[in-house]
Structures are given as structure tokens and as C-alpha cells.
Design a protein around this ligand. Structure first.
Ligand code: NAG
Ligand code: NAG
Ligand code: NAG
Length: 452
């Protein structure tokens, strides 16, 4: 496809970033008109980000980040985690998905699933640590274990108690059976414990200032006698307390995700572009400052902002699709202060030079799309299944079709799954696809690609 050059003059705001913990960004791709990875890689060179987290191990992205110096964290989707309990499979995964790129791309971590422990899925839960061990063994075999660490990001839901922070502890049953072996593995291999920490989800209208690092009275922890002036510190210290309780206070804590939505449903407290800007700027400044938290003073923390782009294909409330620092056309949602220099960023070729805002749903319309965490193999099976039905025309996602670009499994599967859903009368069960599909009220159509 012939692209058009698009010059985006980005406003400048310099954030002084010390060598400290480092700042990353999650590069999710559940959007219909996102720029190609090569443009994203070029763009990130002009930002304070020194790390990028992929939610899969897309070879195109790994290629794009070659020779950029950016540390890259790749993710094994939850659906693939149980298969990694098979060492042969883990070795093949490392040999085919990681090793070919590790020479040129600074792959720093393999993240095994996302929030596996809070999924309450026994198979997944019991697979986590063995999968991590097998990936590490595979990295040793490939002599990549010094550069590449294995970890897994957790939601704060793994804590049964988090207030006050000094009382933090992991859920009963999971603590000894899963978390302890996990922490032993991390300590033994020199990998960090990673958490997705979102003050936004712990918010009430009374705690907005506390969550946003604004001036506030603070919250006293009666257990430790320490005063907390922001919610992120309290969340991190609750995690630290829980780890210390199991005897692992020395394992490093990294914020795998934090962020704030710029838009949301009317009933969501605290959404807005100004608030998102303040939160992200303040979180970066605070964790990079070297002040530390009350229980972990005088140190910087690595954190990654969620997320680089707004992603219009994500399910759930409006806020889920609006965590991005940038719109799909690479214009900023707000000035997050992440640019290091005024830059004329040349973007191209791109799928679209025009933003196609997700149109509000016409009354009652519903579409079926692929779940964000869905496994690519499963999605390909969905395409094969739908397009193998004689009655369904998949011409639009074949070469030359109106929905061929972007040419990836996620986008093609969304198109095919929606066709099936629509042609069978929009029953929720026709969008299940082995739990890889989800019904949305946001029209996923873009440009000439119409999801009817
Ligand atoms: C790779 O990333 C790490 C951070 O994990 C950084 O310290 C290192 O300098 C990077 N290496 C290169 C060659 O850029
Ligand atoms: C648990 O997770 C596995 C692997 O992702 C999946 O195949 C299975 O369907 C899940 N089970 C339930 C009950 O959700
Ligand atoms: C383990 O994985 C290999 C490679 O994918 C596969 O050939 C083999 O059948 C698997 N073994 C089991 C027991 O699933």
C-alpha cells in the first residue's frame, strides 16, 4: 500500500530523566489503524522511553526494534503458558521466537502471561512457575540467560490485604503454593517481581489528590508509623510487605504497568486528559527521583506506562480503549512530557493519515472482535473456520481486499469472526470462539474496511 508522508510536529516538554530505574511503555496493538512497528521504533528514539513492552512476541516488532538500544520485554500470551510446561516446546519457543532476534534486538525479558495468578484458572496457575523455569532452562541452552530474564506481571489482586501497606500479604493458598516458588525462581535468576499498579482503580472521589500526587493530607500507616502522600507508594509498599512476609524482601520490584485513562464512561471517577497527563508525569518523576517509597527509601524504580496508543479494539468500558499517550495517527492525546527534543517526526507509510475515531455505536449495534489476549494460533484457526464455511465471503481480508491491511492475524480474525457473528444473528455464543472473541458496541470499521 502506498503510504503518505505525514509530518507531525510534536510539542515539546522536557522531562529530566536520571539514569535511575528507567522508563518504559507498553506497545499494545489492539487498534485498527495503528502505525507499523518500524514507525513506532523510530518515534520512540525521540522519547524518554528506554524500554518497550510487547504484549506478544511479534517478529515484525522484534525486527523493528533492532539496533535501537531500547530494551524490549516480550510476552507469552496466557493461552500459551500451559504449553510451556513442556520443555521441548519451551526450547522451541526460545529458538524460534527469541533467539533469531536476540543478536540485533536488546531483548531484556520474557514475561510469562499477564496477571496469571488473578485469572483463577487452575491450569494456568499451576503452569506458571514450571513454564518460567522451562523458559529459563531454554535460555541457558541458547546462552541467552545473562541478557534475558524471565518474569511475569501480576495484578494487585494477588494481595488479600493492602491497607495499611505494612499489612500487605498475598492471598492465602497462593502465597506458599505459587508465589513463594515464583519468588525463589526470581531471586535465583536475578529477575524482578513485576506488578501492574493502578491507583486509578483504587480511586474514590475523596482520594483523587492522593492518587494524582497532588498536595494532600496523606495517609498514616498505623502499623509502621509512616506517612503516605501518594497511592502508588502505598501500593508498592503493600507488595513489598507481602514479599517480605514470605522472606523475599530483597527481590527487586518493578512497575510493569501503570497509567490513567484520558476518557471513560460517565460513571468512572477521575477520567480525563488533564488527569491522565498529571498522573503519568508525576509517576515518572516520582519513581525516577530516587526518593523511593516509605518502606523502600532512597532508590529509583523502573516503571512502564500503559500505554503508548489508544486501542479501539479493546473490550470493556470506554476507559479501556483510552489509556494511550498517542492516538493511532501518532498525534498526542495530551502532552505527557515524554519527548526529549523537538522533532519533526516523519511517519510513513502508514495505513491511514486521517484519524478515524471509533464512531459511537448506532443504537443497539454490536460487533464481534478478537479478545486482546487471544492467542494467534487460535485466531488463525478462527479465520480458517469462518472462511472455510462455503456461505461466508472472506474476500475482504484476502490480498487486494478492503480489509487486507493491516495484514495481521488479529485484524483478519476480527473481520472474519464478526462476519460469522453477524451472519448467524448476533448471538453472543457465535462470538465465543473458544473464549477468543468478545462482543463490542464500538464499530471496528476503518477507512474502506467496513465491519457490517
Ligand atoms: C539493553 O537494555 C538494557 C536495559 O535492560 C540497558 O542497560 C542496555 O544498555 C541496553 N543495551 C544496549 C546494547 O543498548
Ligand atoms: C484456563 O486456561 C487455559 C489456557 O489458557 C484455557 O485453555 C482454559 O480454557 C481455561 N479454563 C477455563 C475454565 O477458563
Ligand atoms: C512437547 O512439545 C513438542 C514440541 O512442540 C511436541 O512435539 C510434543 O508432542 C509435546 N509433548 C507433549 C507430551 O505434549
Amino acid at each position: 500500500m502506498i503510504g503518505t508522508l505525514l509530518s507531525v510536529l510534536l510539542s515539546v516538554s522536557l522531562v529530566k530523566c536520571t539514569d535511575a530505574g528507567g522508563v518504559g511503555v507498553t506497545y499494545g496493538t489492539r487498534g485498527t489503524t495503528l502505525p507499523p512497528p518500524a514507525d513506532v521504533a523510530r518515534f520512540l528514539a525521540y522519547t524518554i522511553f528506554d524500554r518497550v513492552r510487547l504484549l506478544d512476541a511479534d517478529p515484525r516488532a522484534l525486527q523493528a526494534f533492532a539496533d535501537t538500544g531500547l530494551a524490549v520485554d516480550v510476552t507469552v500470551p496466557n493461552g500459551d503458558v500451559p504449553r510451556l510446561v513442556n520443555l521441548t516446546f519451551a526450547q522451541r519457543w526460545v529458538r524460534t521466537r527469541v533467539a533469531p532476534f536476540a543478536e540485533a534486538t536488546n531483548i531484556s525479558r520474557i514475561l510469562v502471561g499477564n496477571e496469571v495468578i488473578s485469572q483463577a484458572n487452575r491450569t494456568l496457575l499451576l503452569s506458571l512457575v514450571p513454564a518460567m523455569q522451562n523458559l529459563h532452562t531454554a535460555l541457558v541452552t541458547a546462552s541467552l540467560h545473562r541478557e534475558i530474564k524471565v518474569s511475569s506481571p501480576h495484578s494487585l489482586e494477588i494481595l488479600s490485604a493492602s491497607t495499611p501497606p505494612s499489612a500487605g500479604q498475598f492471598r492465602d493458598g497462593y502465597d506458599k503454593a505459587i508465589v513463594k516458588p515464583l519468588l525463589s525462581f526470581l531471586r535465583a535468576t536475578g529477575a524482578p517481581f513485576m506488578v501492574n499498579a493502578y491507583p486509578f482503580y483504587g480511586l474514590t472521589s475523596d482520594t483523587l489528590d492522593y492518587a494524582l500526587f497532588r498536595v494532600n493530607a496523606g495517609v498514616m500507616d498505623e502499623g509502621s508509623g509512616l506517612l503516605y502522600t501518594n497511592m502508588l507508594d502505598a501500593q508498592l509498599d503493600a507488595v513489598h510487605s507481602a514479599m517480605r512476609r514470605l522472606g523475599f524482601g530483597d527481590v527487586d520490584v518493578v512497575v510493569a504497568e501503570t497509567g490513567w485513562p484520558s476518557a471513560g464512561e460517565y460513571w468512572e471517577v477521575g477520567v480525563g486528559a488533564d488527569l491522565a497527563r498529571d498522573y503519568n508525569k508525576n509517576a515518572i518523576r516520582h519513581l525516577g527521583s530516587g526518593v523511593g517509597t516509605p518502606l523502600m527509601p532512597n532508590r529509583a524504580f523502573e516503571l512502564s506506562i500503559f500505554s503508548l496508543f489508544d486501542e479501539n479494539l479493546k473490550p470493556g468500558p470506554v476507559s479501556e480503549r483510552n489509556f494511550g499517550l498517542y492516538h493511532a495517527d501518532m498525534t498526542p492525546v495530551y502532552d505527557a512530557g515524554i519527548l526529549t527534543a523537538p522533532q519533526e517526526v516523519v511517519v510513513g507509510p502508514v495505513v491511514s493519515t486521517k484519524v478515524t475515531p471509533a464512531p459511537e455505536a448506532a443504537e443497539g449495534r454490536r460487533w464481534c472482535v478478537a479478545k486482546p489476549a487471544a492467542d494467534e494460533v487460535a485466531l488463525q484457526e478462527n479465520i480458517d473456520f469462518v472462511c472455510g464455511q462455503g456461505s461466508i465471503d472472506c474476500g475482504a481480508i484476502r490480498a487486494g481486499g478492503s480489509c487486507y491491511d493491516p495484514n495481521n492475524v488479529q485484524a483478519h480474525a476480527a473481520y472474519a469472526m464478526n462476519l460469522y457473528f453477524q451472519s448467524n444473528g448476533q448471538h453472543a455464543f457465535d462470538c465465543d470462539f473458544g473464549q477468543t472473541g468478545v462482543v463490542t458496541t464500538v464499530d471496528p470499521s476503518y477507512e474502506s474496511c467496513k465491519f457490517t
